[in-house]
Design a protein around this ligand. Structure first.
Ligand code: ATP
Ligand code: MG
Length: 750
């Protein structure tokens, strides 16, 4: 995997160059109090990735200083996650608890130096004495205990002579420090509890601020990488190491922004609440962002690693769109997953004029995927199709089977409906059809025009399977708690039918069920008697969704009328061949395929662009919409296919949003410039980096003192004004979601 150099890579590189360290040692230090989630994957990727990139080492350390919440099952889940992501920790798994004795000795040393003392005030009093941001704190009366008295008390704390909370050990730093964390932070507290590794040996446990830096030092860690909320703890980290006079090389702490994803909760506490309240089926529920859940859902290691790479390493917090995670798995599976057929809501079709049976050879990959394989598809007179692939009274623009409109059975023949059979309630229970013997896929000489190809399964060989279809677990973009859960996040379909080859495949394979999405055999519940498949992700990308939301550019009518007096003009044989290729090989939906196939200019433009950018669906959408509109309005396309392909590549790699892409397209048409040039010249690259956006927010706030005053006086609606001003100041290039969030945070803090 190729690295762009982020700030952490830059620091490490500099430290090696300057000779500060001979070797890089990082560590991933989870607290084993829950299953790891995708945020941890990012941390794993960063820590193990840095070690790998600079021939260093990375330790896996269980930060087990809080015995009440920890458990060995979490330790196992953490080890599994690291291994599954393809990383190897140096030596054995390490535990902070292995260092309890050493840490205790360091504490004694601080006491002897007069740099730590036993405090005995109540929690409440301690809070009062700490002061506030604007007011210095005061030391408690116990701070001037003698070294001997401190040593004695600390030993008795260790020996279990006191109740929890009776005393604590504190560093003696500065009760007036501007950084509140430095106002004599706690180093040890009494906890008379059993520890999952050290048993009942200890009645005192070190605090994070004391244990973490020293554990890093003990292990020879060079770069101690943590998330931003520990920024203010860095001063304690340095104080402990400096005050103890520890020999170099010593570790330094560096902070990065933690990963947050919309529609997702990431804190282990909230995940635990979901698991314990049975709102999900367990830590590995496929709807959870845990590594175990993502894995069970069918996410590949590559997709997670690519995601971690694509979100980058930043110094300011932001929220990533969950669509980006979905993009990564779709992108990975598009290249890998064999295409097979599954019918979710089966409708029986009897082909009256077909006798006997045969096995069709069907390729598993479309032409634009660099993989080759095929499987046998049984065919006979009884098949099932998707219920909604037949319409008795089709709306305009319906391209599948109707009483008057034939359809192609993918990889097989064209069929024509002869008779509709209904039950007593008028529900269609069977279609009687006729097939066209000379229309076999690949050898079609029938001359029959169809507008789409649909999936089907042969009745006697198809297997019944259970499908689990997932929606987002939360209905809100920024879920807070249980009240935001989406009540419809799981749909179970009991009687889907699948072609037999899928069941015979290796169980670890991911499949694309044609036109339905990507699926994965559930690793826990799948049995021969009840095969269960999880839906990993749908096939559609977000560009397409956005296109559908804008009925303004209905391409079909604009390009070339395909509906003449309610009748559909037939396709030529060439058009038909293109249409078939688009739908069966390139995965286009029939509408888009129809638009392009029926227009020679669009079709050749599309084929040229495809040769440059391997994104058949995104490209097809632009060709069928923007390019088609241009062609209609101007009578010619002034752009080259290559330029459009470049534009698509920029959407694909998230350089520009699809909104900006439309703007760029307009300008390409006017100026005939390359999209890259337009984006560069006008700086249209989407701005998502809070470090860039924040100063602009500050400026807007500084310029509008009156509105700030009104806001403070209770007019909270004005936050919209500030968001608007910031977007305006960036010429619409700032990522609005991030601006919204940052403005909200800023306003809250003033
Ligand atoms: P949570 O709040 O989810 O419980 P945590 O930070 O308490 O997370 P730890 O087990 O202490 O979880 O974290 C182990 C490592 O993973 C730490 O270095 C932490 O900074 C990192 N980490 C945890 N959550 C994220 C995240 N969302 N993004 C990036 N790194 C994370
Ligand atoms: Mg934690």
């Amino acid at each position: 995997m190729e690295y762009k150099k982020d700030f952490l890579h830059a620091i490490v590189e500099e430290d090696l160059k300057s000779g500060k360290y001979q070797e890089i040692i990082t560590r991933f230090p989870p607290e084993p109090n829950g299953f790891p989630h995708i945020g941890h994957a990012k941390s794993i990727y960063i820590n193990f990735g840095l070690a790998r990139d600079y021939n260093g080492r990375c330790n896996l350390r269980m930060d087990d200083t809080n015995p009440t919440t920890e458990d060995t099952k979490y330790v196992e889940a953490l080890k599994d996650a690291v291994k599954w992501l393809g990383f190897e920790w140096d030596g054995d798994v390490r535990y902070t608890s292995n260092y309890f004795q050493k840490l205790y000795e360091y504490a004694l040393q601080l006491i002897k130096m007069g740099k730590a003392y036993v405090d005995s005030v109540s929690e409440e009093e301690m809070r009062e004495l700490r002061g506030t941001v604007t007011e210095a704190g005061k030391r408690s009366q116990y701070a001037n205990r003698s070294v001997e008295e401190n040593l004695d008390l600390f030993e008795r704390m260790k020996n279990g002579e006191f109740q929890d909370g009776k005393h604590v050990l504190r560093a003696k730093i500065d009760m007036a420090a501007a950084n509140m964390k430095m106002r004599d932070p706690l180093l040890y507290r009494i906890k008379n509890v059993h520890h999952h590794r050290t048993g009942d040996t200890w009645c005192i446990y070190p605090m994070y601020d004391f244990a973490h830096c020293l554990s890093d030092y003990i292990e020879g860690v060079t770069h101690s990488i943590c998330t931003l909320e520990f920024e203010n703890n860095r001063d304690i980290y340095d104080w402990v190491i400096d005050t103890l006079g520890l020999e170099p090389p010593r570790p330094y702490q560096h902070e990065f922004a933690r990963l947050a994803i919309n529609y997702t909760v990431m804190s282990k506490r909230k995940l635990l609440e979901l698991v314990e309240g049975n709102h999900v089926s367990g830590w590995d529920d496929p709807r959870l962002p845990t590594i175990a859940g993502l894995r069970r859902r069918g996410y590949t290691r590559e997709s997670i690693l690519n995601f971690c790479e694509s979100v980058g390493v930043a110094k300011a917090n932001s929220v990533v769109d969950v669509a980006q995670l979905e993009f990564c798995i779709r992108d990975d599976l598009n290249k890998k997953a064999p295409r097979v057929m599954c019918v979710i809501d089966p409708l029986k079709v009897t082909i009256e004029n077909y006798e006997g049976s045969e096995e069709l050879e069907a390729s598993c990959y479309p032409a634009d995927v660099a993989k080759e394989d095929s499987r046998k598809l049984p065919f006979s007179k009884e098949i099932y199709i998707e219920r909604d692939d037949f319409e008795e009274n089709p709306p305009k623009g319906y391209f599948r089977l109707t009483p008057d409109q034939p359809v192609r059975l993918k990889h097989a023949y064209i069929i024509t409906c002869k008779e509709i059979i209904k039950d007593a309630n008028g529900k269609i229970i069977e279609i009687r059809a006729e097939y066209h013997p000379d229309s076999k896929s690949g050898q079609d000489t029938s001359g029959i025009k169809v507008k789409s190809a649909i999936q089907w399964v042969e009745a006697s060989s198809a297997k019944r399977v259970e499908l689990r279809l997932y929606e987002r677990l939360y209905k809100n973009e920024q879920p807070q708690g249980l009240e935001d859960l989406n009540p419809d996040s799981l749909h179970v379909i009991k009687n889907a039918l699948i072609e037999p080859a899928v069941i015979e495949q290796k169980p670890d394979e991911r499949f694309q069920f044609e036109r339905q999405g990507y699926f994965y055999a559930d690793p826990i519940d799948y049995t021969d008697a009840n095969p269960v498949f999880n839906k990993i992700v749908s096939l559609k990308d977000s560009w397409k969704k956005k296109e559908q939301k804008q009925p303004a550019s209905k391409p079909k009518q604009k390009v070339k009328p395909v509906q003449v007096d309610g009748e559909v003009a037939p396709m030529s044989q060439e058009e038909q061949a293109l249409f078939d290729r688009y739908t069966s090989k390139l995965g286009l939906n029939s509408e888009v395929a129809n638009t392009i196939a029926r227009d020679a200019d669009l079709a050749s433009f599309y084929s040229e662009a495809l040769a440059v950018a391997n994104s058949p669906i995104t490209l097809a959408n632009i060709v069928a919409n923007e390019v088609a509109r241009e062609l209609k309005e101007q009578g010619a396309i002034k752009l080259s296919a290559k330029q459009v392909a470049q534009l698509v590549a920029m959407i694909d790699d998230a350089t520009i949003s699809s909104k900006i892409a439309k703007e760029v397209f307009e300008q390409m048409v006017k100026t005939a410039k390359d999209p890259k040039q337009i984006v560069e010249e006008q700086g249209l690259v989407q701005i998502s980096d809070p470090a860039v956006i924040e100063p602009i927010i500050d400026e807007v706030i500084a310029k509008n003192p009156d509105n700030i005053a009104k806001y403070k006086a209770g007019n909270t609606k004005l936050s919209g004004f500030f968001v608007g001003q910031v977007l305006k100041a960036t010429g619409g290039k700032a990522n609005p979601k991030i601006v919204n969030k940052l403005v909200a945070e800023k306003l809250k803090s003033i």
